[in-house]
Design a protein around this ligand. Structure first.
Ligand SMILES: Cc1cc2nc3c(=O)[nH]c(=O)nc-3n(C[C@H](O)[C@H](O)[C@H](O)COP(=O)(O)OP(=O)(O)OC[C@H]3O[C@@H](n4cnc5c(N)ncnc54)[C@H](O)[C@@H]3O)c2cc1C
Length: 305
């Protein structure tokens, strides 16, 4: 692989900015992570194909990053290219009469939620307080126990490397618990969401109630990645972790949150290895105490296979 050749080919490409050795701690909500060999901000649809083709021809591994709010990046960083969809990918348009929002993958989910509320369109209130982009939310099928974004998707446009654009109808996709059947080789470009007409006051009240619940139950103001583990079927990872006596445990500058045991907070200067040590400790304690094999919800970047 030649990262250097890829850098040379792409740094002249219009509509993309290529950064070398950009620290992932600047790009993840955990504020943790060493450098990505290349970080490519792609500003337009036209240039995305070229970026992916060059990386493929130079055998450079790549990943798509949204806002990094569900990512733990290794202290040693990522030897490859991190692609971020910017500008043209952040467009949002609304057809109020039809109850349709078309959002680019790079748009902030919070913006889409607030645009929907302003347009008196209901159905995305459960997303309030979920950080990240529309692309990240679709890829993770983000949501709550009862509601998830896949329920609101009408169709999606993705980029298939080597092929081009492809449209999925929502029913062609398996929407799972924090996962979908969309192959990881495909890049989500745009989602069309179908909402219902509602009343502004009711929508705002519903959102405020959700936010208040988050403020009471989640650590506020500290870097986290949200829930570290997936809830087991019919159970709560947080309750199991708390019952296993892990709440408040620390490793270096990382700590199991005192507000919510399924969150690990960065108390300032935590390393990825601090977080990984806690993940192992929690996993093994819950397995020993409850016989439950918790699975990670957070995505690891740069740790190898
Ligand atoms: C405080 C806090 C609270 C949270 N609460 C919730 C919650 O209530 N519910 C919930 O579901 N999640 C929650 N999360 C987790 C996180 O916000 C979601 O998973 C979010 O949808 C991730 O979006 P992102 O843009 O940050 O994606 P990233 O974290 O950057 O990426 C996540 C995954 O999506 C992939 N991806 C991103 N964009 C694309 C794209 N365009 N095409 C293909 N793949 C893509 C990435 O490769 C990666 O695998 C929370 C996180 C925090 C920090």
């Amino acid at each position: 692989m030649s990262l250097f050749n890829a850098y040379m080919s792409l740094s002249g490409a219009g509509d993309a900015d290529v950064l070398r050795d950009e620290k992932l701690s600047r790009r993840t909500s955990y504020r943790i992570g060493g450098p990505a060999s290349l970080l490519i901000l792609v500003h337009s649809y036209a240039v995305l194909g070229k970026v992916v083709d060059v990386l493929a021809s130079e055998n450079v591994e790549w990943v798509i990053l949204g806002k990094g709010s569900n990512i733990l990046a290794a202290d040693t960083g990522f030897e490859g290219a991190v692609i971020i969809l910017d500008d043209e990918f952040a467009r949002v348009s609304i057809d109020v009469e039809e109850g349709i929002i078309c959002a680019g993958a790079g748009a902030l989910l919070s913006r889409v939620v607030s645009d929907a509320a302003k347009a008196e369109l209901s159905g995305l209130e459960f997303c309030v307080g979920i950080p990240g982009t529309v692309g990240g939310a679709v890829s993770m099928d983000a949501g709550t126990r009862r509601e998830w974004i896949g329920q609101r998707v009408r169709d999606l446009v993705v980029y298939r490397p080597g092929e081009g654009l492809h449209r999925y109808e929502a029913q062609e996709i398996d929407w799972g618990y924090r996962c979908t059947s969309i192959p990881t080789s495909e890049i989500i470009l745009e989602a069309t969401l179908k909402l219902e007409h509602g009343e502004k006051a009711a929508i705002s009240a519903h959102m405020e109630e959700r936010l208040a619940r988050r403020r009471c139950t989640q650590p506020m103001g500290k870097p986290t990645c949200g829930s570290v583990f997936r809830n087991p079927p019919d159970g709560s990872a947080g309750s199991l972790i708390e019952a296993a006596g892990c709440k408040g445990l620390s490793s270096g500058r990382a700590q199991v949150s005192l507000d919510h045991a399924n969150f690990i907070v960065n108390n300032g200067g935590a390393s990825a290895s601090d977080v990984i040590s806690l993940i192992h400790l929690i996993h093994d304690s819950v397995l020993a105490n409850h016989g439950v094999d918790l699975k990670c919800e957070v995505k690891l970047l740069g740790f190898g296979d």
